[in-house]
Design a protein around this ligand. Structure first.
Ligand code: IVH
Length: 662
């Protein structure tokens, strides 16, 4: 990529902008547009000297890079304590009675929406601002996004107060969520784990037109500020919000006793699945607003309310088959192929069974009826087998003895739960997974090259090993389904771009057994360049803090393997240039080779940021002060490390001195 290409990409993006806004007839999908923009931003990060006022990023400016303006909440947005059992609810009721000196307290119960908390302000009846909860004290000003929500009035109705700030929850209805994930999956993008994440992700989109497409909804359940002073209870608050034209949380009930609360909870739990949106429990609130005020807060929670949470949603279905999936390091994972069942916003047809031991422990068999559950994750799990529904003919499941993809005999290592296919080079499944991982975000980060396309490249025989990626030609790509001039160019450009890669990401991408992000960074730091990796001995590796014997052995074995060496050499030959960034340019830096200790809080940086700044300049950060320490960087409220540094005569650096040295 040279400056001319960069300018051309700018021109291309402007062209699409024009098609979109002026002609109203986009020629590429929004996703493709975003990707082009992402490439541009990445280039500008590497070459800030190329940026010019005519770049599309300069007009979009803040929208693309800066996110949203932060707004301070007039009244903090607090949270609710959670309860999970009858006993805990009973304790809450007793606590309220005691604190309010009353034998009977009136409670309001309502649905606990599983979405994103927001506060929406109306002045003179006009919507002026919508803000997310953020950290409770300040949140993101997302007014233009929230305005796209169809059920949110931009103007209040009836006899509204001059100022009204209402609190509520933005959510994505189950149906909308299912459709969105269907589209995402079709486009080869990762789906959202649940409707709440989808709602949160949508509210954070920087383009309100995109937010509008997400069909979000909102309901309100409280008032933070209201200028009339007429509203005396929570019940009245919700009724008033409704009168002002705002959608409010459904299913309010007035409860005087534990029994009434439990009845309400039971009724709601029964209806949970048939509701068009996700809830994760009920909320129990003291109704009287002056009592609420008296009760106040405890830490980050209101004292006058609790959430009574339901357990994760479960469903029953039948296991049609148990298949075995081969991962990139050869690990075999059993997977339950299920009769499709609808659960918490999506249709589930597979669940991971983790490993052989897990299947044995739960005694999961083919044709069993099982209970599945979806936690916070996209991947559902099998909780238990409904043994009453098991056929008398069923037999325990057994792990395969041969790899389902290459037929090689599987290997079991003592002390490890994982069963592996040891046929590293000849197993097509492993090779495919390795290539998918190699090009992924964590690895070489090649845009436009998702798992589906890798599969197609392998099927066509264009890619057999990692290095083949860098030999791809335009005429090969044209043979893939849906590949046109533009997509071919995009893919080739991002393959080209990926050649400049950080050594640690390159090491990670190679898929060495037991080497994750952190170990890859340690190895890159120790080796400094690819050639040095070949020479590292087990002893030398063990000297690296954070590298244990298992990792050391695996690393030495990997880089000693002639096949791996040949493959790495091919990658280098085709132009991949792994390097440790910035090390050279800091040779003469005063931090180079120096050991730092941090204490106190800095004004301009988080600890992590300060640590990276030091490391990037060749320095080290240690956790305790000794004679070997060169600098102690001191922020406000320093701890005992400061005293120790003074005692030992270690050089103290104030933040402004640190910045000057940077
Ligand atoms: S009352 C101003 N009521 O649950 C009122 N919260 O876990 C503050 N939530 O941050 C809380 N449904 O995002 C309240 N009916 C409801 C709710 C509800 C959902 C959320 C809200 C809150 C979180 C606490």
């Amino acid at each position: 990529m040279n400056q001319e290409d960069y300018r051309q990409l700018c021109a291309e993006i402007w062209e699409h902008n024009w098609h979109y806004y002026v002609e109203n007839a986009p020629v590429i999908s929004d996703r493709e547009f975003d990707r082009l923009l992402a490439i541009l931003i990445a280039i500008e990060r590497d070459h800030p000297e190329w940026i010019f006022p005519g770049s599309p990023t300069q007009r979009v400016g803040e929208t693309v890079t800066g996110g949203f303006p932060v707004v301070r909440h007039k009244t903090p947005m607090l949270s609710l304590a959670n309860t999970y059992s009858r006993d805990e609810v009973e304790e809450f009721i007793a606590r309220m009675q005691k604190l309010l000196h009353k034998k009977e307290v009136l409670f309001e119960t309502e649905l606990k929406m599983d979405g994103i908390a927001v506060t929406v302000r109306y002045e003179e009846g006009i919507l002026v601002r919508g803000v997310t909860r953020g950290n409770g004290r300040e949140g993101d000003n997302i007014t233009s996004n929230i305005r796209t929500i169809a059920s949110l009035p931009l103007e209040l109705r009836g006899n509204y107060p001059r100022v009204l700030e209402a609190r509520g929850e933005v959510f994505m209805p189950k149906k909308v969520f299912a459709e969105l994930n269907r589209q995402k999956q079709k486009a080869g993008e990762p789906p959202f784990a649940n409707p709440r994440n989808a709602a949160g992700g949508s509210l954070k989109l920087l383009d309100p037109r995109q937010v509008a497409k997400r069909k979000l909804a909102i309901v309100f359940y409280g008032i933070a500020e209201e200028s009339s002073g007429k509203i005396k209870s929570h019940y009245e608050a919700v009724q008033s919000l409704k009168k002002f034209g705002l959608p409010v949380v459904e299913e309010q009930a007035r409860c005087h006793s534990m029994n009434e609360i439990l009845k309400f909870a039971e009724k709601v739990e029964k209806r949970r699945k048939s509701l068009p949106y996700e809830i994760d429990g009920i909320v129990i609130k003291v109704d009287d607003l002056s009592s609420q005020k008296k009760l106040g807060i405890t830490g980050k929670n209101y004292r006058w309310a609790v959430a009574y949470k339901f357990s994760a949603e479960q469903a029953e279905t039948k296991i049609k088959a148990i298949t075995v999936q081969v991962g990139r390091t050869g690990v075999l994972t059993p997977v339950a192929e299920l009769e499709p069942v609808y659960l918490a916003g999506s249709t589930i047809s597979r669940a991971t069974l983790h490993n052989e031991d897990e299947v044995k422990r739960k005694d999961i068999r083919v044709h069993d009826v099982v209970v599945i559950e979806k936690g916070g994750d996209v991947i559902p799990k099998v909780v238990e087998v409904n043994k009453a529904k098991r056929s008398s003919k069923s037999t325990p499941w057994k792990m395969v003895d041969h790899c389902p993809d290459c037929g090689h005999r599987v290997a079991r290592t003592a002390g490890e739960v994982a069963v592996r296919c040891p046929n590293k080079l000849g197993c097509p499944a492993q090779e495919l997974r390795r290539i998918i991982f190699f090009v992924s975000k964590a690895g070489m980060d090649i845009d436009f090259l998702g798992p589906k396309i890798v599969e197609q490249l392998v099927e066509h025989g264009f890619v057999k090993q990692l290095s083949d990626i860098y030999r791809l030609k335009a005429d090969q790509l044209f043979e893939l389904p849906n590949f046109k001039e533009k997509s071919v160019q995009n893919l080739l450009a991002s393959i080209e771009k990926s050649k400049d890669v950080d050594l640690s990401r390159f090491i990670l991408a190679l898929g060495v057994k037991y080497v994750g992000v952190e170990t890859a960074e340690l190895l890159a730091g120790r080796a400094g360049e690819v050639d040095a990796l070949y020479k590292l001995s087990t002893e030398e590796l063990l000297e690296v803090e954070g590298v244990g014997p298992k990792v050391a052995e695996s690393v030495v074995e990997f880089f000693a393997d002639p096949e791996n060496r040949q493959e790495i050499n091919r990658l280098l030959k085709y132009g991949v240039r792994p390097r440790v960034k910035q090390v050279k340019s800091h040779k003469g830096h005063p931090f180079n080779g120096k050991t730092f200790v941090l204490t106190g809080s800095l004004e301009h940086y988080t600890r992590d940021q300060a640590r990276s700044l030091i490391k990037e300049r060749g320095g080290k950060v240690s956790s305790s002060v000794s004679k070997a320490t060169n600098f102690v960087l001191v922020g406000s409220d320093p701890g005992s490390k400061y005293d120790k540094a003074k005692k030992l005569g270690v050089k103290i650096l104030l933040e402004k001195e640190f910045i000057a040295l940077l």
